[in-house]
Design a protein around this ligand. Sequence first.
Ligand code: FE2
Length: 581
Amino acid sequence: MPDDSGSGLSRRQVLAASGTGLIAATAGPTSAPAPAPTPGRAVNSRHRADHHGDGTPEQIHLTWGDDPARSVVVSWASPAPAVRPRVRIGQRVIPAEERTYTDGLSGATVWTYHARVLGLRPGATYGYAVTADNDGNRADPFSATFTTAPEGRAAFRFTSFGDLATPNTAWVLSYGQSAYAVGAVESFQPLFHLLNGDLCYADLNPLSQPEVWRDFGNNNQASAAYRPWMPVPGNHEIEFGNGPQGLLSYLTRYTLPSNGTPGLEGRWYCFRIGSVLFVSLSADDVVHQDAGAFVAGPNALTPAPSTGNQALAAGASFYVHGYSGGAQTRWLEATLATARRDASIDWIVAQMHQCACSSSRDGNGSDLGIREEWLPLFDRYEVDLVLCGHDHSYERSFPVRGFDIAAGTDALTGAAVDTRRPHPMTTVDSGVFDTSQGTVHLILGCGGTDDNLDVFGARDNGVVQAKVFTRANRPTLTATQGVFDRPEADAVEDATWSARRDTSTGYGIAVFDVNPGTEAGGQTSITVTHYHAVGADPVNPLSGEPGAPTDDYTVFETFTLVRPRSDGRRWHAKQSTSVVA
Ligand SMILES: [Fe+2]
């Protein structure tokens, strides 16, 4: 989401402010919006079961285990503690681990369950069922199928978007497109889906966070119970009262591959499918922008008395920059170095929420923190593709390597600012890009949230211009008594790296088809097709007319990434170089 910055009168800022502070201050737990009907038998069964003892599985979703060719994790929640929660797969019955948390604002307790299914065969399809002794559907429990990852160099498909929200429009930033987006994933039948952060904006509904997560989980179940959905945390997963980085809800609900970092598990991770290493990062650790939970004011945000938590004053924000103390970047470098020494790994795809290369005008823009901390590593180890969310739009960069120094200016004064502008290795939009020569960045914050952004920055002469955060935009008082906001990005630059932008809608899904190639030392490719949902627009920014969600996803563009296979080539570390603009 645009993350609540700026002091203008735009609709998104009014929404953001009302969601973070103004509503929060006036709505008690009993006045939270009524939950919308959610699909699936699990939810219907709630009417039949005793609420206090209802262990009916809901919000069922899969993630990869540590080895996606041989393991998956089945996770779910239930309205009350489940008795003997378990997964049945073939003749095996696998007990689930219970993990709970108590929301630090509403005081509601959430029960989640996680069953690690190990010892599977690569590239095989399995049926499974989820149940418990107090499952309202025990006679006919929820069942689904999944397919494990192939082993070795193999063709496969994955999909991606971020910024999904829920279909329950009672919640701030939720919109009906969220349901169609889940349907779109299913329509493409990928092996798995990457969900690039800002999952449901629970933090913008601060006294109803677990209910928002529930609606998100039940919406996703239509796809995520059938194929793994692999998330990264975004700024809206940072919730007041929920742990040192505010990620307690996220971490409780997802079981993700180990990163081997005690105390910081679940926040970042990697997994491997065929010849591709996927690296999922927690960009809030490195970005300058302050966009986590926020109390705009004028009233304080008062947690439910049962939490024992103190009221949060107007102007409070949850800023976690640097939370890993460098551990994530050290892990990233070690992970990338190991991958590039491995002749069986061709591709490295990084997934994070915030953007190094976004020219969104009404959204957040780019962040120097990612450019400083991680782009030199992406250069050195030839990361091929970076998938982001955060800005609710579609944008593609040219392959970039190194950076142009002194290419930015202060947004207010016009003074020179070094934004470390990523340097395009070509500006010819040929449709085929060799990513061994530069990294392609995609903005895919186009999942389903009620705030599509399809307007991009431009100078008077038409040159594409990007906003860049080069320092923290901590909350400042506005002209309205007691009300705070967080300023927009402090710098701008000509976005010479920006290759393609979708100005017709902020909704879409990217589909990636990996072709491993046919011979050692030959070429491998990933064909990328971005589909967009034209016309899906809560309010047309030009006409002001309300639009409607749509399930009609059509092709916006197709392009191909190529690189030499690693099994016929000695790899040498590249240097990240600067170029005077
Ligand atoms: Fe975001």
